[in-house]
Design a protein around this ligand. Sequence first.
Ligand code: GDP
Length: 417
Amino acid sequence: MWFPGPASATGEDVAEFHVHGSRAVLAAMTQALRRLGLRLAEPGEFTRRAFVNGKLDLVQAEAIADLAAAETEAQRRQALRQLDGELGDLYRGWSQRLTRTLAHLEAAIDFPDEDLPSEIEDRILGETEVLITEVERHLADGHRGERLRDGIMVAIIGPPNAGKSTLINKIARRDAAITSPVAGTTRDIVEVVVDLEGYPVVLADTAGLRDSEDVVEREGLRRALRRAEEAEIRLFVFDARCPEEARGAAAWPRPDTILVANKIDLLPASPLLPSGERRKAPHPNPLSACGEREGPAKREGEGGQVTDIRRFSWGGFPQEAIVVSALTGEGIDALLSALGERVAQTCRIEAPVLTRARHRQALEEAVSSLRRALGAALPELRAEDLRLALRSLGRITGSIDVEDLLDMIFRDFCIGK
Ligand code: GDP
């Protein structure tokens, strides 16, 4: 098929061959084309040519890379929105307004024998302030777009032997982490990426939270704490037989910390727990052995489905925990749906959001130039700061001075894009 430029995807003349996909056909085809002096495209070369020919801006080119790398539905949707030009339009809109403001200022500077009329000065300052507010609001998005692009971090924390590794394995349905009955075996952080209702979630199993003399284990603990602090959501896992262990969860902020009472299969029956002959047996309650007051409860979920949630209480501080057995899989679906809900809240997106650290950095530079412009003592200095801000904005969409960025951006592409 022949796509004459400039109406083609890259803006150049493009010929497309539709052939059978066998290796032999492709090899013969490639050889024939080589003989004509053609070569294979570099990674991202088609997109790069489309950018150079003005078919795409840089933000859209990055969206193509994201689309090709999208692993979940929400990532695909975000990349498509960006490819649609929504984000680029926002940045270009700011550039255009800033260009206008700068033009006003420069026009005023061109009449040096007169002082700047104060209403022009006020307007320039006013417009700059509004722009700062808008860019800062965009920056203060809680990194939602970047999170969605990179995966939402969920740290599994809790005391040793609570069943964290077993839980992550159950969720990932594969042996990602080594489980062992010896305390303190998960010395490093194991990550598993799962697709939770369309959202990419990076589950990190961390070393058990406990004091230790062992140097390696202490290092594991340090990393676990850092990971848990950085995570958007934490699953605090504890042994349901020892609810006082859940105390440790109080150190973490709610509601981003979900309490998970594990090993429910080892608990004897409670009349309030749903289903299960096993649990109806009249065993003494081992929870009392841990010296804690405990009140089981059940909740009616949608469609009459029962989510098993227990209320633990200590020192007048009630906590709700989702009750699971990482070993048998009981309660895991309820846990995943609670986690899915939290993840969806974390990533809820209305306005176009920032998706890359590169954009964030350029916007932060723009804001600091704009702030400097506000405080500038001379109109000429103010104009220079506005120009710098404009440059930072232009680097995002690629309208100015991005030669040095291109190799870096297109290097991440796969071949054929
Ligand atoms: P971690 O130190 O928190 O990562 O704990 P592990 O996942 O290594 O589990 C410690 C021990 O508890 C292992 O022997 C697991 O098989 C066991 N275990 C974990 N979850 C459960 C559970 O739900 N029920 C039972 N009965 N044992 C469990």
